[in-house]
Ligand binder design. Sequence first.
Ligand code: FAD
Ligand code: NAD
Length: 401
Amino acid sequence: MAKKKIVVLGAGYGGLRVIKGLQKKHLDAEIVLVNKNSYHYEATYLHEVAAGTHDSDKICFDLKQVVNEKKVTFIQDTVEKINKDSKTVSLQKGNDLSYDYLVVALGFESESFNIPGVEENSLCLVDIPTATAARKHLEAQLANYATSKDVNDLSIAVCGAGFTSIEYLGELTNLLPKLAKKYGFPLEQVKITCIEAMDKLLPMFPEKLSNYAIDKLKTRGVTFCVGTPIKEIKSGAVVYQKGEQLEEVAANTIIWTTGVKGSSVIEGSGFDARRGRVMVNEDLTVPSNEEIFMIGDVSAVMNKENNRPYPTTAQIALKQADTVVVNLEAKLNNKATQAFSFTSAGTVCSIGDNEAIAEVGGKHFKGYLASVMKKGVADKSLLQVGSANVLLKKGRFDFYH
Ligand code: FAD
Ligand code: NAD
């Protein structure tokens, strides 16, 4: 009998962790990995690349360091569509790829909510090219001020005040004094505005912790507009609603961080999804297509405690990957699959390199200690998707000094 073929789409946290798990097993199956790039990137550090704290090299490693070519066939290509009926995947360059079992881990894209002007006039941070473009744009505006003397070159608007926004603002405000020296602009003229639709900032943390983070950012020059949903992005201005009025903030750098959706391949392939996320079965398979597993940001898993899907995080993608490996083995051996279960290890939000707020095991931390926790979590993830060698080269060890 021909070997069964397992195809994994995406080499982010979820997909690469599945590949690592499958490589350790001695399964009688052919394994194929498809990913757009030849490298893995730590999406959890994209804000650092976008602000300019690190070059993209710091958060990327070559897939060859992890993918064992004796066990896995790697195809560098872009997935265009999953054809559930024919059990094939259409690729941008190559021929259609057939599968017996499919693991979809294609991750996230920026969510514009169809707000006019977002695509044309703002910068998102969802992968290496977009984060790099955001950094180049910001530095070009700051450098331009020397000749233009246009105050809007020194005005930065950050849309949304979720985790990505706050972490980006943390890096940006840490770096600005250095950038002011490099490009010769007056630091006191820089205007940073963060515009959030909800009335409360960082509501997932107790008020004492969220106030700590927000006060830090305010001290470093950030102005928060809250309860002010954005209605349009113009070239050089953010339009938001304040009460009954529409108001504008002018800025030549506009960063779009109002949330994410799952890969557009999901809806384009006709899966029943909400914002690109499929509500999966308990064993992480897709209802009515139990040969397909969905994990990470393209999946939604219900948190029974509050009857809402868990937020999309690397933490959950990694945990799901381990369940998928067990369940693929079970399916190959005609055994029963396991239900996925998840207990959050906690939440950490950085506000620059050496500051963070954290909630871990019901305990609260802030400042340097919380930032050490954040780096510890990232180093653990590098081991989970990479190797000891990758960790040594790319890990965050500055807190050990
Ligand atoms: P991803 O990690 O996004 O990987 C998807 C992979 O698929 C990528 O390699 C991509 O190149 C590839 N791909 C995409 N489309 C295609 C295609 N069409 N064809 C082929 N390949 C494709 N979570 C945490 O738990 N902790 C944090 O501290 C944290 N910080 C974050 C900070 C930022 C700035 C952001 C943006 C997110 C953060 N998150 C954090 C969320 C976390 O990054 C995501 O939940 C996580 O990356 C999802 O993992 P994934 O495997 O689903 O997808
Ligand atoms: P998010 O959904 O967490 O936050 C987006 C914010 O934008 C929200 O506060 C929302 O109210 C606001 N918003 C939405 N539409 C708006 C509008 N029209 N006008 C003004 N504000 C608007 O999204 P994110 O920060 O991009 O994070 C994406 C995912 O990644 C989340 O699941 C998050 O948990 C995860 N993440 C985690 C970490 C961490 O654990 N440290 C860091 C970054 C991201």
